[in-house]
Write a new protein. Sequence first.
Length: 331
Amino acid sequence: MKTIYSAIQPSGIMTLGNYIGAVNNWRAMQSDAGNKCIFALADLHTITVRQRPEDLLKNSWSFYALLLAVGIDVSKSIVYMQSHVHQHSELAWLLNCYTYVGEMNRMTQFKDKSAKHSDNINMGLMDYPVLMAADILLYDTDLVPVGYDQLQHIEITRDIALRVNNIYGDVFKVPEGFIPKVGAKIMSLQDPESKMSKSDPNPNAVISCLDAPEVIMKKFKRAVTDSDTVIAYDPDNKAGISNLLRILAVTEGKSVEETVKSCEGLRYGDLKVRVGESVVEMLRPFQSEYARLINSMDYLAVCAKEGALKASDIAEKTLARFKSAIGFAAK
Ligand code: AQP
């Protein structure tokens, strides 16, 4: 059995980037009988950026419903909220003492987010990767499916695990990152050199998985491309068109090469409409399932509670193993 672990922050909206780069792959991985899947809402991570309490609460349940609506099945996978499993915070503290300030200072996301939130460069923002390492290591994880933006955090998780193992013996399983073949980086529709981000202030740059069909079509029609007319996959020189091709490849279930071939002779405008329609169709069943689930709060609460109990059971064993290795007295 392979243990698969991943998490998503319940902040803002779930974007098409999150859907294609993350949660849709989670669903696929869950259907492999050789995988034990554990998926979390990383709500503790969200407060590294200031959140309004009422938004965080609403988003947490919304994201929980979104995960189930994608097809993540609570009878096969563990789905829980990070703040319901206190072992995450405890392990993060312990791992802090095996992580160097210089390492955290070099993290690209820390530098980017410090620049974006210069009025609130809190310790948590810097410590984000250590909490993420705790998340992953608590479950003896083999594989962590993530987009490219998180690869550096997987590397530091491995470094911390190896460092602890070098001191104390085999405490942690050393995980591997897993990057999907296509769609690991979906770019902004307005600035195709930057990733599509939940926190982008320009709504036209981001497709929300809950956008209405006409809104999705409008955003794709306005997508920034280039002044050329030939449809070709060339991320360096044609970032906008390449992004549209990557999205189309995923939604039509083809390789990028096959997708480019099938678009021969199309005009940019035709490509935008085709991508928009394909995304609308992909999201249609998901959106109607979400509409059903978000009105079933009691059901969501029971699922989240059961998920947290199962997660906590596993997490406690790993935490106890590490505490004993360090030399803490047993209770
Ligand atoms: N654009 C993307 N393309 C592919 N994968 C992506 N992921 C995020 N954006 C893209 C993957 O989604 C998972 C959850 O990541 P997150 O909760 O950290 O989401 P985020 O959108 O990156 O949210 P932030 O940190 O709130 O956003 P910004 O960037 O707006 O500051 C991860 O597996 C991630 O790789």
